[in-house]
Write a protein of this length. Structure first.
Length: 89
Protein backbone atom coordinates (compact mmCIF):
# COMPACT_ATOMS: atom_id res chain seq x y z
CA UNK A 1 0.00 0.00 0.00
CA UNK A 2 1.31 3.45 -0.91
CA UNK A 3 0.29 6.23 1.51
CA UNK A 4 0.84 9.88 0.60
CA UNK A 5 0.32 12.79 3.00
CA UNK A 6 0.31 16.48 2.12
CA UNK A 7 0.22 18.98 4.98
CA UNK A 8 -0.43 22.62 4.12
CA UNK A 9 -1.30 25.79 5.96
CA UNK A 10 -0.06 26.62 9.42
CA UNK A 11 1.41 29.95 10.48
CA UNK A 12 3.93 30.05 7.63
CA UNK A 13 1.66 28.53 4.99
CA UNK A 14 4.27 25.97 3.98
CA UNK A 15 3.45 22.66 2.32
CA UNK A 16 5.10 19.42 3.33
CA UNK A 17 4.75 16.14 1.42
CA UNK A 18 5.78 12.60 2.25
CA UNK A 19 5.02 9.13 0.97
CA UNK A 20 5.48 5.61 2.34
CA UNK A 21 5.28 2.24 0.65
CA UNK A 22 4.20 -0.30 3.26
CA UNK A 23 5.29 -3.50 1.50
CA UNK A 24 8.24 -5.10 3.22
CA UNK A 25 7.99 -2.93 6.33
CA UNK A 26 7.73 -4.64 9.72
CA UNK A 27 4.98 -2.17 10.68
CA UNK A 28 3.04 -2.57 7.40
CA UNK A 29 -0.06 -4.09 9.03
CA UNK A 30 -0.37 -1.20 11.51
CA UNK A 31 0.15 1.49 8.85
CA UNK A 32 -2.39 -0.17 6.56
CA UNK A 33 -4.89 -0.46 9.41
CA UNK A 34 -4.49 3.26 10.17
CA UNK A 35 -4.90 4.16 6.50
CA UNK A 36 -8.06 2.05 6.15
CA UNK A 37 -9.49 3.60 9.32
CA UNK A 38 -8.76 7.14 8.12
CA UNK A 39 -10.36 6.43 4.73
CA UNK A 40 -13.44 4.86 6.33
CA UNK A 41 -13.98 7.45 9.06
CA UNK A 42 -13.25 10.71 7.21
CA UNK A 43 -16.30 12.32 5.57
CA UNK A 44 -15.89 13.24 1.89
CA UNK A 45 -14.91 16.77 0.92
CA UNK A 46 -12.70 19.33 2.61
CA UNK A 47 -13.18 19.84 6.33
CA UNK A 48 -13.55 23.28 7.86
CA UNK A 49 -10.41 24.22 9.72
CA UNK A 50 -9.24 27.14 11.78
CA UNK A 51 -7.03 30.08 10.76
CA UNK A 52 -3.36 29.07 10.78
CA UNK A 53 -4.27 25.40 11.32
CA UNK A 54 -2.92 22.60 9.18
CA UNK A 55 -4.92 20.99 6.40
CA UNK A 56 -4.13 17.41 5.40
CA UNK A 57 -4.68 15.42 2.23
CA UNK A 58 -4.15 11.66 2.47
CA UNK A 59 -4.07 9.52 -0.67
CA UNK A 60 -3.87 5.73 -0.58
CA UNK A 61 -2.65 3.79 -3.63
CA UNK A 62 -3.36 6.80 -5.89
CA UNK A 63 -6.96 5.65 -5.67
CA UNK A 64 -8.75 7.20 -2.70
CA UNK A 65 -8.15 10.65 -1.22
CA UNK A 66 -9.55 12.27 1.92
CA UNK A 67 -9.04 15.72 3.39
CA UNK A 68 -9.22 16.89 6.99
CA UNK A 69 -8.09 19.86 9.07
CA UNK A 70 -6.97 20.82 12.54
CA UNK A 71 -8.26 20.91 15.19
CA UNK A 72 -10.07 17.73 16.03
CA UNK A 73 -8.00 15.08 14.26
CA UNK A 74 -8.98 11.55 15.22
CA UNK A 75 -6.35 9.33 16.81
CA UNK A 76 -5.97 7.40 13.54
CA UNK A 77 -5.58 10.60 11.49
CA UNK A 78 -3.03 12.00 13.91
CA UNK A 79 -0.99 8.79 14.08
CA UNK A 80 -1.01 8.26 10.33
CA UNK A 81 0.11 11.76 9.37
CA UNK A 82 2.74 11.79 12.11
CA UNK A 83 4.22 8.47 10.95
CA UNK A 84 4.15 9.23 7.23
CA UNK A 85 5.51 12.76 7.60
CA UNK A 86 8.12 11.55 10.08
CA UNK A 87 9.35 8.53 8.11
CA UNK A 88 8.28 9.08 4.52
CA UNK A 89 10.35 10.35 1.65
Amino acid sequence: MRIRVIRSGGLLGMTRRAELETSGRPDAAELERLAREVLADTPPGPAAGVPDGYQYTVTVDDDRTVEFSEPGLSDAQSQLVERVLGEGA
